[in-house]
Design a protein around this ligand. Structure first.
Ligand code: MN
Length: 463
């Protein structure tokens, strides 16, 4: 099967070019200013922008949180993902206490099942560090789970500083690194006790319990530990200016640190927690939403190349599930739905709004996650030999984000009413047209991707 896409604008991490693109048997066969080869299907892409399929390196499908489970399982979540141009997710397999990594890996393959609408891989979250778990790191690497996750908060998940030091050293030796959730757990616990004692039990107490200082402190501590371990590390879901300053300072000090942020920290601020009738509960996530000044700092960091990737931290709950915390904000299951809106928002509010270039969007959504997570050049680039994972943006099309049109099972949209200027029109997954006119037309084609080792060098100062 040959598909020829004519006259589109092809985007890479270094720029855009007007070229034709030929797909053959699910892969990109060639790109050139003019391709005259015979094809089974020829599509005119005049005026359209073609990106390498977006990669979301931070999703939680079918995850148990606070006595409930995310409303999107893999089938629902990957369908939502592909509707918005995400052709690969890297979800988090999780080792719970008492489990081996091999058991956790098995659990996550079972959860993923066989009905996935985009390609997928797993990072492995380590919650218990023992000599046998250390040995299992090499098994994960061989199985294609080539990156890891650590938590500095949450009693069931967190490792102590010494364990983090040992994990980072081991991962470096294995050719890997960990993404780390950075928040100072004991101080946050104290702030929660303070808020509860003062009778502050609603969603507005959530950001007050998890201040930016306690995120920045944990980022600082992590990066000092990484320096001592002489190991690379990633700060996941970076939310604020103080944390960014710690990352930049550590880089100047020679630490290899990668930086992730998420759309919710760019497009929403903490004023939403004040909404009446418990509506602030819809926005509870950790770390919490911050201030408008932090949003500006994050945009600057994206432009300056300080932020390497934008992922979603998709972790979806229904309104009814949020009500579990109606009398106590700490019982609200935390996390936001977002896997389907990321590409549209970054295009519309980023590229179309003039905040970043298309090349920059390509780096943070496709190319950098592909390189960091060992998917490049199979994914992350429109190059001969790569999987024909292609997102076609129609810059003329408009769309309004609403819960009614959402693919995710979440019954509210945190960007309700936002108008998109330009949006995802088509999505090809390994050459198969899965989204047409912004609607999912083919499901279930996703496969597990056995990832290679990370191959990425952080570069700053790319416009
Ligand atoms: Mn997460």
């Amino acid at each position: 099967m040959k598909i020829l896409l004519k006259n589109g604008t092809l985007v890479s991490g270094s720029g855009s070019r007007r070229e034709d693109l030929l797909i053959e048997d699910g892969r990109i066969a060639m790109t050139a200013p003019s391709i005259t080869a015979e094809a089974d299907v020829v599509e005119d892409m005049t005026g359209k922008i073609l990106f390498p399929g977006f990669i979301d390196g931070h999703t939680h499908m079918d995850l148990h949180v606070g006595g409930t489970v995310t409303i999107d399982d893999f089938a629902a979540g990957t369908k939502a993902a592909i509707s918005g141009g995400t052709t690969t997710i890297v979800d988090f397999g999780t080792q719970y206490h008492g489990e081996s990594l091999v058991q956790a890996e098995k659990n996550w393959f079972e959860k993923a099942g066989s009905d996935n609408s985009c390609d997928y891989g797993f990072h492995m979250s380590i919650s218990e560090w023992t000599p046998s778990v250390k040995d299992e790191v090499d098994i994960m690497m061989a199985d294609g789970l080539t990156t890891f996750k650590l938590y500095m908060t949450y009693p069931d998940m967190m490792l102590n500083d010494g364990e983090i030091y040992e994990v980072l050293k081991k991962l470096k030796e294995a050719g890997s690194f960990a993404g780390v959730h950075c928040e100072n757990a004991p101080v946050i616990d104290a702030l929660i006790r303070e808020n509860k004692a003062a009778g502050n039990l609603g969603p507005a107490a959530h950001p007050a319990s998890r201040p930016d200082t306690m995120e920045a402190e944990a980022v600082h501590r992590l990066l000092v530990i990484a320096k001592e371990a002489d190991a690379p590390v990633m700060v996941v879901h970076t939310t604020n200016a103080k944390a960014l300053r710690e990352i930049e300072a550590a880089r100047r000090d020679g630490v290899t640190v990668y930086c992730e942020t998420c759309p919710q920290y760019l497009f929403l601020d903490k004023s939403v927690y004040e909404k009446p009738d418990f509506e602030g509960a819809k926005y509870v996530c950790a770390p919490p939403l911050r201030n408008p000044e932090d949003q500006e700092a994050l945009w600057k960091a994206i432009r300056d190349g300080v932020v390497d990737i934008i992922s979603t931290d998709h972790c979806s709950f229904s309104w009814e599930q949020r009500l579990l915390g109606k009398d106590d904000y700490t019982k609200i299951p935390g996390g936001l739905p977002g896997v389907e809106s990321r590409g549209n928002l970054i295009w519309s509010e980023g590229v179309a709004a003039g905040r970043i270039s298309a090349a920059c969007a390509c780096r943070v959504l496709s190319e950098n996650p592909a390189r960091l997570f060992g998917l490049y050049p199979q994914k992350g680039t429109l190059s001969p030999g790569s999987d024909a994972d292609i997102v076609v943006i129609d810059p003329e099309k408009t769309k309004i984000l609403t819960a009614a049109e959402q693919v995710s099972r979440a019954d509210y949209c945190v960007y309700e009413g936002k108008e998109l200027h330009g949006c995802v029109d088509r999505v090809y997954l390994r050459g198969q047209l899965c989204v047409e006119d912004g609607k999912v037309v083919k499901t279930g084609l996703g496969r597990f991707i056995k990832r290679g080792k990370p191959d990425y060098e952080h570069k700053e100062g790319l416009a």
